[in-house]
Write a protein that binds this ligand. Structure first.
Ligand code: RB5
Length: 145
């Protein structure tokens, strides 16, 4: 089960990605927001990221205007490795190398077809499991206060 959430800047893209997830038969929970009325992205980033950290969700997708605010906020939660992706190569590598558990997208910076492709790649790519990558992820965890 994945969580998906956005602020107003990502709401339109979230609506389209939800339709895409339904088409693909991916289980998801929509944590808001639920309209284009202005909201604060850290609220939604925290809700989704805490859910991933607690094991309620396997992973989460967060969308704001640029994806930057969402990634900054999500990465404050211990155990979260949020990756802002605007290309397919990064989407693949951040799963294989970083075992990212949150994908951030910019609803105002990339088109919906690219976003769908990035999401598909990110959902389908497993962590490589290589020791060197696991070690580096451990080093990231060691930076948490
Ligand atoms: C909202 O206007 C915008 O700042 C937000 O969606 C996001 O881009 C922040 O990083």
């Amino acid at each position: 089960m994945i969580a998906i959430a956005s602020d107003h800047g990502g709401f339109a893209m979230k609506t389209q990605l939800i339709a895409h997830l339904k088409d693909r038969g991916v289980d998801f929970e929509d944590l808001g927001c639920y309209s284009e009325a202005s909201v604060d992205y850290p609220v939604y980033a925290e809700k989704a990221a805490r859910g991933v950290a607690a094991g309620t969700y396997d992973r989460a997708v967060l969308i704001c205007g640029t994806g930057i605010g969402m990634s900054m906020a999500a990465n404050k939660i211990p155990g979260i490795r949020a990756a802002l992706c605007a290309d397919c190569y990064s989407a693949e590598m951040t799963r294989a190398h970083n075992d990212s558990n949150v994908l951030c997208l910019g609803g105002r910076t990339i088109g919906i077809e690219l976003a769908k492709r990035i999401l598909d790649i990110w959902l389908e790519t497993p962590f490589s499991g290589l020791e060197k990558h696991a070690r580096r992820i451990g080093l990231i965890a060691g930076l948490e206060e």
